[in-house]
Design a protein around this ligand. Structure first.
Ligand code: HEC
Ligand code: HEC
Length: 254
């Protein structure tokens, strides 16, 4: 009787959830970077599981105060109350330092992006900012679709459907020393569409913006980086999560 078995396993599941200590709500945000069980897979992100609670709390306070500096954690800690810090430190401290099946978890919702490299680029786009990086020999052009540009110029928040695309080029250097775009190195973008932010936990959520990175041939390169994009752009919430909004309001002409 499949129906009975289903009911029984549902009851068993409910029982096991009620039996365990419920994690604080904001844990889902931390899991995007520190791993589902607090064991990180990125070389520059520390494990949280099993660390002493007082140590974790002190680090979170330091990120919040700015005495320990990291752009991603500054954005996260700024949104934590003293009670959040206490609860999150206790929770992560309570987990075993290295779970047996660290690699077996499903991808975190914050790592999933719905953004594709826009098919109507470059025709439907306007350049609004240009930067020349001598050290890395990169010419960066920032583009927006018309929807985003019109809203920015009207002083309005960027509406759903807005797309910003940053394109890094190898420069062609003229006899006069002037740089013009040569071959594309890569594409970096952000796009907002209704519903795209729904599954992203609140501390990381950028409204409905999703992010993307592509190599010159259009191959997606974002991999698991989206939580970092979200964390670093999050403090720009009042500017539609866009750092270069001032330039978008007054596009330069070339
Ligand atoms: C966008 C990615 C990201 C998210 C989301 C994130 N962290 Fe971090 N966290 C980092 C990085 C990167 C570091 C290392 C910072 C450094 O090098 O100083 C770090 C470091 C820490 C540390 C210091 C650990 C140590 O060993 O010194 C603590 C504590 C911490 N995070 C707690 C949290 C908590 C709690 C959350 C959820 C509310 C969270 N983090 C969410 C990226 C993230
Ligand atoms: C450490 C912080 C940080 C991280 C992480 C980060 N960004 Fe940004 N991003 C910036 C800053 C600062 C600017 C503005 C650069 C300038 O003014 O020249 C920017 C600009 C942009 C822009 C142009 C629109 C705007 O907001 O001004 C896009 C598109 C963008 N980033 C996409 C991404 C993507 C995709 C990722 C993740 C792969 C990412 N960013 C990760 C800080 C960050």
């Amino acid at each position: 009787m499949p129906r009975v078995r289903l009911l029984l396993s549902a009851l068993a599941l409910a029982g096991s959830v009620a039996g365990a200590e419920a994690p604080p709500v904001k844990v889902a945000t931390c899991q995007a970077c520190h791993g589902a069980a607090g064991v990180s897979v990125a070389p520059d992100i520390p494990n949280l599981a099993g660390q002493r609670a007082t140590y974790l709390a002190r680090q979170l306070e330091a990120f919040k105060a700015g005495t320990r500096k990291n752009d991603l954690m500054a954005a996260m800690a700024a949104q934590l109350s003293p009670d959040d810090i206490k609860a999150l430190s206790a929770y992560w401290s309570s987990l075993p330092p290295a779970p047996a099946d660290a690699g077996a978890t499903a991808p975190h919702a914050a790592t999933v992006s719905a953004m594709a490299l826009p098919k109507d680029f470059p025709q439907a786009y306007v350049e609004y900012k240009r930067e020349q990086d001598e050290t890395n020999k990169t010419l960066t052009l920032r583009y927006a679709n018309k929807l985003a540009l019109d809203a920015a110029r009207a002083g309005k928040p960027l509406p759903e459907g807005s797309i910003l695309l940053t394109v890094n080029y190898t420069p062609q250097i003229g006899a006069d020393g002037r740089w013009t775009p040569g071959a594309v190195k890569n594409y970096v973008g952000m796009e907002t569409r209704a519903g795209w932010g729904d599954a992203i936990p609140p501390l990381l959520r950028n409204g409905n913006w999703n992010y993307g990175v592509w190599s010159s041939d259009g191959t997606p390169r974002l991999a698991l980086q989206q939580p970092r994009c979200l964390a670093c752009h999050q403090p720009k919430a009042a500017d539609s999560y866009v750092f270069t909004l001032a330039a978008l309001r007054q596009p330069a002409t070339h």
